[in-house]
Design a protein around this ligand. Structure first.
Ligand code: NAD
Length: 362
């Protein structure tokens, strides 16, 4: 069967890592008809829009995409195209496995965690009011009226909506994921002691959903700050973590740090019948065009995509090839080496070539 897949190369290092991933996926022999679509700064240059309608149409039509990272400026400027895609397509669950591969230099061995991050709400809802604007002043007055709390008049405001509906949906997703993947435990991460009506609701909804899985998957809870310490001290006791959007984003990078860095942390954004696969890392602009960065995170996102497409043989072949190249440590990028200037490192495409060779030699 030929799968139709939208390919969004992204920008920054996106072009290089998505090319590497596409080549490696094709080497498995899986039949994919790629439809290339633009988003981010390249789309802006060519179409005047950051997220053209044609890109969203392609995603809705093909229902599966491989996406490179896209720059979001800090502070002012445009809102995140990445968040825009997730919101427009209802990709409510972000799945980020964090697994150590032999050969990776990392503080830990045998880590096998999965982060399930709620993707649609929380402080990422994009409801923000800029300091000094008339609407912000009005919002501040209204909040003061209802909360009897004072807010400094020169404040900016970001809104954190968390609903029962989305909380139940993501926790159920986490339990179903655990069942399907033979996992044993789901840990819900929150800050309900402080944010009683948002994180508190997330926790309450999670506890209710957890009852449906009693006896099948165990359930635990952790406050996010404590969880950060626990993950650094004893990551092995955790299995599947389910978190609201912001904590999920932050802990994804923490978990990437546990397994050797962002260069090997893949991800998937899943909705009802739609999925976009992308690395956890961003567009690392300082490395753009240098053929230097690690393509593994993007290739492993391709592994997740092949699993989603039920191409099990291709999925295993690709993951094993990545594993084997990393374990050998001969054709790997700079971030695998203790000395970043090690003359024996290879570039992005050369590491992809070595992975392709492994697939062909099998
Ligand atoms: P980043 O993930 O792009 O890079 C941080 C650092 O991690 C890099 O400087 C590099 O040292 C390392 N790194 C990242 N990817 C690597 C790879 N493949 N191989 C080796 N090392 C790698 O984070 P940032 O610098 O905070 O963000 C840059 C831009 O990317 C920002 O505009 C941000 O908003 C955007 N971003 C996009 C996405 C996405 O598209 N999904 C995700 C995160 C950040």
């Amino acid at each position: 069967m030929t799968h139709k897949v939208t390919l969004i190369p992204g920008d920054g290092i996106g072009l290089e890592v998505s090319l590497a991933a596409k080549r490696c996926i094709e080497a498995t022999g899986v039949k994919i008809e790629w439809e290339e679509a633009l988003a981010g700064s390249l789309a802006l240059e060519k179409t005047g829009e950051l997220l053209p309608k044609s890109t969203l149409d392609s995603l809705r039509k093909n229902k599966v995409a491989l996406k490179g990272p896209i720059i979001t400026p800090i502070g002012g400027g445009f809102r995140s195209v990445n968040v825009g895609i997730r919101q427009a397509l209802g990709l409510y669950a972000c799945v980020r496995p964090a697994k150590t591969y032999p050969g990776v230099k990392s503080l830990y061995k045998d880590i096998d965690l999965v982060i399930i991050r709620e993707n649609s709400e929380d402080l990422y809802a994009g409801i923000e009011f800029e300091e000094g604007k008339p609407a912000t002043k009005k919002i501040i007055q209204e909040i003061e009226k209802y909360s009897q709390k004072e807010i400094r008049p020169d404040s900016g405001i970001s809104i954190k909506p968390i609903s029962k509906t989305a909380s139940e949906r993501i926790v159920r997703f986490a339990f179903e994921y655990a069942l399907k993947h033979g996992r044993k435990k789901v840990t819900l991460v929150h800050k309900a002691n402080i944010m009683k009506f948002t994180d508190g609701l997330f926790l309450k909804a999670g506890r209710e959903v957890a009852r449906d899985y009693a006896g099948k998957i165990s359930f635990s809870e952790a406050i996010v700050d404590n969880m950060c310490m626990q993950l650094v001290q004893k990551p092995h006791i955790y299995d599947v973590l389910v978190l609201p959007n912001l904590y999920g984003d932050i802990l994804s990078d923490l978990c990437a740090g546990l397994i050797g860095g962002l260069g090997i942390a893949p991800g998937a954004n899943i909705g009802d019948g739609l999925a976009v696969f992308e690395a956890v890392h961003g567009s690392a602009p300082k490395y753009k065009g240098l053929n230097k960065v690690n393509p593994s995170a993007m290739i492993l996102s391709g592994v997740l995509m092949l699993e989603y497409l039920k191409e099990e043989k291709a999925c295993r072949a690709l993951e094993n090839a990545v594993k084997s190249v990393i374990a050998e440590g001969r054709y790997v990028t700079y971030d695998f080496k203790s000395d970043p200037d090690d003359p024996h490192t290879v570039g992005t495409q050369e590491m992809a070539d070595a992975i392709i060779q492994k697939i062909k030699n099998k």
